[in-house]
Design a protein around this ligand. Sequence first.
Ligand code: BGC
Length: 745
Amino acid sequence: MHPHVAQLTLEEKASLVSGDSFWKTRSVDRLGITARTLTDGPHGVRYQKATGDHLGVFASEPATSFPTASATGSTWDPALLHEMGRALGTESKALGVNVLLGPGVNMKRSPLCGRNFEYFAEDPLLAGVLGAAWIDGIQEQGVGASLKHYAANNQETDRMRVNAQVDERTLREIYLPAFEHVVKASQPATVMCAYNKVNGTFASEHHWLLTDVLRGEWGFAGYVVSDWGAVVNPVRALAAGLDLEMPSTGERSPAALVAAVRAGELDESLLDAAVSRLLTVHDRFGEQDEEQPDFDAHHDLAKRIAAASTVMLANDGGLLPLDAAAGGSIAVIGEFARSPRYQGAGSSHIKPTRLDDALTAILATTDREIVFAPGFRLDGSEDNELLQEATQAAATADVAVLFLGLPDAEESEGFDRTHLRLPEAQYRLVSEVLWSNPNTVVVLSNGGVVDLTGIAGHTPAILESWLGGQAGGSAIAEILFGIAEPGGRLAETIPLALTDTPAHVNWPGDHGQVAYGERLYIGYRWYDTTRRDVAFPFGYGLGYTTFNYSDLRVQVPDITRPHAIVTLTVENTGTRAGADVVQLYVSDTEASVDRPLRELKGFQKVHLQPGERREVVLELDERAFAFWSEGAWTVEPGEFIVAIGKNSRDLAHQVAITLNTAKRAPVLDEESTVHEWLDHPVGSPVLQGLIGQMGPEGQAMLGEEMLKMLGSMPLRTMLNFGAQNAPEPIDVDEVLAALLQQSRV
Ligand code: BGC
């Protein structure tokens, strides 16, 4: 218990667990407890000196705007995320911020989620590893992180009350593991609970989520803060394990807590525990130095991250990189080239220290003649003149670089998208430009994936640059001219059509309910298991050099334990330095339950010089093979395929291994079937013994043909049938009870 807890009055304790203002916690002067400042996050520091808001409306202090999470997720590079965290830590400290609200590790369940730009991936391993690296970076600087939004917050529609109906296996395997990994690996200062309900209970009042799982199972030692305004009932929330309600509700919540303790409705020890956790984090992330951040260095870091995030989707005939020193003109087309879309709308919206646009950066990088045409209006309205002008510019240039993307108004916190299309004027533009000049490069700016019909397969070179932050424009210029490499790989599948997407029929629910009916099958787990064509698979991305994988070996030190060491050699076989992402997927080919065809269980980004080779080692632990079953992680004995490759659909190197782990015997009960009895290590001989006593007729029941028919019948039913023909009357209940008794020995 924090030493101050015993010295605080009930009123003081109740006041501490409730915010003082929009961004600040409360203080208790007589004990020297000072306020702490929490602010958004997570792609830059959104510190507001005056009026506070969480929708990106009022002003905030200048800060470096880094690429958003859909971009940084595509780096697959924890080392880079760590550097970003450190930079954010320095900027937070300079502004007096103690806790930065982020990162968001929610899964991209549907590409329509308006906030996908703020989430890393459709895969929990990738999101968890990147989130932990980011948090290590920021917390090393003495600034806390707030892991959000816990849990099952995967849509913006009705986000403040929708009830996510999701079964425990799906939670355990898909929606919780990123949180679990981050908590165990990095101990974030705080975890932010989501707005929504999970299986009927508000996340802010969810004892199982906030206390049993988060603290009990994962060992979380920090405090749980509410999402802004997520507390419905402060007493129920505190009792469930919430420690800090934000923002302030004035004296309303403290008074309710005091009254509940006085009335005996809330155990004061729960309040003590919350205050203790809060003050412990306050101590750890407290006093700060006033060191000035190096904003120029952070701008350069933001540029490096933007380049490492950019996914090259196509580069037919090696159109890219362009030669900056060659002759010939370039048509730069698209309003986004001069008015970049570089961050998302809502609580993460910040005021950048500078802003690079691609057009200026291109002009600064090459002496080639550049002709610019805006091509379309940002409001999406038709403009034939702009279209004509752009087509003409493309026709007379040697190469056209076309900047397309989603305008601000199309994706944001607070609402979801209703389709995947770019504004229609942009599809028309791309088709006209391609017609006038097939040498066209498309550069995309969007937070969530977009429909590439008419673009992919038609345009020789495509760069997906996401929302690249304040230096994104320069990063694109560097990639276009080969100064930097497009280092990104998709952290989210690009589907062919919205109707192909996994949550399509369940999204976004109605009447306050959303069913997670597709269960484990989100992202590539769905597309790969259902063998659906996609525009670009999870993990996909091209670079300017080539890599070769060889010598894949999978070593299992002890086949009775689920642990494997995977090694392979990666070689840069091209002529330029570059990075590749080695991806490892595991398939459970003999599972007794349905499982996704394959799941990402390891990855490593490898940076290599031309001709350089490196041995990559990836370890697989129990979780790499396990599924969630009846309250525990289970690894079944049998064959597993370990596959290595460049994306979920390009897995040229595979090794089958066999594990001989102990089979967990299910508990037999009154409803267990004949098959379940016969599969059971203790139950099977017990049942065989009984049938043996029944003579040849009884034994015939265990013949292969009969078992096909009878196997799925509860044993009770089979005994009932048997009793009909028995020479002596049989008490089936008694017999079953005796069998159950013996099978439990
Ligand atoms: C968002 C959080 C954010 C908070 C404070 C909420 O609306 O969901 O992500 O940290 O506001 O701005």
